[in-house]
Design a protein around this ligand. Structure first.
Ligand code: G3D
Ligand code: MG
Length: 177
């Protein structure tokens, strides 16, 4: 029997790393979304049909994005992370600091949502000439936190589906067969 699974996924990362662009790339149809103005967040829905895979599941992903970094105060973090099933951590490989800054995001989400699975990305992999770090540093970070990682580009689409699908797969496997 096909299992119907619904999950809340929170995107995290500093401003301009590419959070919104990655969602747009992953969710080709633009957009069946809901804008929660008071929270400063945007929720986009994407259904992944994994019925033909070994998992035999249909997974509805509610993908949460932050609208404006500056207005995203501590107070709102609680509501944003509440009930999250997974996190997608996003850094920008042209700015090393955005990778280090993820530590704080990990702390925040864990405080509210507990030990949920996460995947870490270094986005803008197309900007090789401007890179401040690469796959080696990303892997080191991912290993330290026991996470999967991907170098992605929202611009070219490289690894974007793979990253979201990896997270979906982890979630489906976690809920048992
Ligand atoms: P955010 O939602 O994390 O704040 P955005 O980030 O998705 O708004 O992206 C910030 C800027 O980076 C945008 O530039 C966007 O086009 C660009 N960007 C996002 N992902 C990539 C990528 O993979 N490669 C490159 N080259 N650029 C990317 P603009 O100038 O459009 O505001
Ligand atoms: Mg954005």
């Amino acid at each position: 029997m096909t299992r119907e699974i619904k999950v809340k996924i929170c995107l995290m990362g500093e401003g301009e790393v590419g959070k919104t662009s990655l969602i747009k790339r992953f969710v080709l149809e633009m957009f069946d979304d809901k804008y929660l103005a008071t929270l400063g967040t945007k929720v986009t829905k994407k259904v992944l049909d994994m019925r033909s895979s070994d998992l035999n599941a249909n997974i509805t992903m509610m993908i949460w994005d932050i609208m404006g970094q500056k207005g995203f105060r501590l107070l709102l973090k609680e509501a944003y992370f509440y009930g999250a099933n997974a996190g997608l951590l996003i850094s920008d490989c042209t700015r090393r600091k955005t990778l280090d800054d993820l530590e704080e995001w990990i702390g925040s989400i864990r405080e509210i949502a507990g030990n949920i699975p996460m995947v870490v990305l270094a986005n803008k992999s197309d900007l090789v000439k401007h890179a401040e770090f690469g796959e080696a540093e990303l892997k080191e970070f991912a290993k330290a936190h026991d996470m999967a990682c991907f170098m992605t580009s929202a611009k070219t689409g490289d690894n974007v589906d793979e990253a979201f699908e990896k997270l979906a797969r982890i979630l489906v496997e976690k809920t048992g067969r």
